[in-house]
Design a protein around this ligand. Structure first.
Ligand SMILES: O=CCCC(=O)O
Length: 468
């Protein structure tokens, strides 16, 4: 696929980029390795200073970065500026907590001194998606750079200007040349980079299919991999919920980022006692959503990122309806220019249809009814994915049951699922493995080295005591 900026509001190609030649790629891999050798010994105080400077730039240039994001993938401009600011908060989080997270950790084994020392691994390849073109990258890069790793970014083919701006950002913030580099390479070259001995680990945010490919390549090369894949998050509403707030949040949680977020709520599971009212209000609100130019402040939903995504989503909707799923609003392709898709509500997904089994990566919601808590949990878990879940109830026992019973990496009660630098982020099942952000995120790409220091004066342990 061409590495190019294609305006999703018009379909016009604005800028194209050549992929690196073999020599250029080799030079970048070499630089990454050489930089790591020195970078891993840089003072934590220096890394903190550079990261703090990156945060300042992300804030002061939010307008410029936001414009790039909107131009390349169509998210509303206000949300794009907020994304740049959120990146600043992730940098500041690791400025504040990184040093403590990297400290030796003592373990009391009685007598001897034992501890875990956390050491960086080296160059980490980050394969990142277009949907949050800054946030997905910075949430990997901030902890990785703080920990003394160096980053190699293979960004999505449709956000090259964001990718280059990120390399430039870290350089201007003061990080040494080579600490964070963008690789303009084709998807077909990723396997070669993963296999390269100078690359020590891989992180991917992307589709389930990409996860299988990259996870397989990293596995064959025996390299650590973090996979943050798709999701089909349930949004469960019980009778004790505040209905108005639940409906308002449901719409927001479905439409965030033009509906293209792994943690967007996609399946709305509503208790039968309140279902008719929920459906009425939800459909009414979805009908009124303002779709349009993402640069305009009043726009709630802009275009999808590519024509392929639009066609793929529409095919999922059409197939689901043909199989018996009810269509309540939307579901028609507009004839004008741009990759727009109308906010769409489906209900009672036909078994086996895309609406029942697949991730819908766009502004399409699927409603269903639950008889009680256990039925709601069964419906929620009836998905290959396990990323997040949002549960709306003011009954504490019910909330506890949902927290225990739902098979996801994250459960939010009376709130939509959202990432936060302070909270670990990641999923189970086909949503991937490993965690980003918080303490868990920085520890993913570290060698947790066990150290045990004895006095050197006692006899070696017997086999029996060693295996105890
Ligand atoms: O697409 C998944 C990430 C969304 C987020 O971190 O807010």
């Amino acid at each position: 696929m061409a590495i190019a900026t294609i305006d999703p509001t018009t379909g016009k190609t604005l800028r194209s980029f050549n992929a690196h030649s073999a020599e250029e790629l080799e030079a970048r891999l070499k630089l990454a390795e050489e930089t790591f050798r020195a970078y891993r010994h840089t003072a934590l105080a220096d890394r903190r200073r550079w990261l703090a400077r990156a945060a300042e730039l992300l804030e002061s240039e939010a307008e410029h970065f936001g414009r790039l994001m909107t131009q390349e993938m169509g998210k509303p401009f206000e949300a794009a500026k907020a994304e740049s600011q959120k990146c600043a908060s992730a940098c500041r989080y690791y400025v504040e907590h990184g040093e403590a997270y990297l400290r030796d950790e003592s373990i009391d084994v009685g007598g001897d001194r034992s501890f875990v020392r956390y050491q960086p691994l080296g160059a980490v390849l980050a394969i990142m998606p277009w949907n949050f073109p800054f946030w997905q990258v910075v949430r990997f890069a901030a902890p990785a750079l703080m920990a003394g790793n160096v980053g190699l970014l293979k960004h999505a083919h449709n956000v090259p200007q964001c990718a280059l701006a990120l390399e430039d950002l870290f350089l201007r913030a003061g990080f040494p040349k080579g600490a964070f580099q963008t690789l303009l390479i084709e998807t077909g070259d990723i396997a070669r980079v993963i296999e390269d001995p100078r690359v020590k680990a891989v992180t991917l945010t992307g589709s389930e299919g990409a996860g299988r490919a990259v996870g397989g390549q990293a596995g064959r090369a025996l390299k650590k991999v973090v996979l943050e894949l798709g999701g089909s998050d349930p949004f469960i509403v019980m009778p004790s919920a505040k209905l108005e707030l639940a409906v308002e949040t449901a719409v927001k949680a479905r439409l965030i980022n033009n509906g293209q977020s792994c943690i967007a709520a996609k399946r709305f599971i509503v208790h039968e006692a309140i279902y008719p009212e929920f459906e009425r209000r939800f459909v009414e609100r979805m009908r009124r959503v303002v779709v349009g130019d993402p640069m305009e402040a009043k726009t709630e939903v802009g275009p999808l990122a590519t024509e392929g995504i639009r066609q793929g989503l529409h095919a999922q909707v059409e197939k689901s309806v043909a199989q018996g799923t009810r269509l309540l609003v939307g579901g028609k392709l507009s004839s004008g220019q741009g990759f727009y898709y109308p906010p769409t509500v489906l209900a009672d997904a036909a078994p086996g249809s895309p609406a029942a089994c697949e991730e819908l990566f766009g502004p399409v919601a699927v409603l269903s009814r639950a008889r009680d808590v256990e039925h709601a949990i069964t419906l929620a878990n009836d998905s290959p994915y396990g990323l997040g879940a949002s549960v709306w109830t003011h009954d504490e026992a019910e909330a506890r049951r949902f927290i225990d019973g739902i098979e996801t990496g994250m459960v939010f009660v009376n709130a939509m699922v959202a990432s936060d630098p302070r909270l670990p982020f990641g999923g189970v099942k086909h949503s991937g493995h490993g965690r980003e952000l918080a303490l868990h995120g920085i520890r993913e790409f570290l060698n947790a080295k066990t150290v045990r220091i004895t006095s050197g004066t006692t006899a070696p342990p017997t086999q029996a005591s060693v295996s105890e």
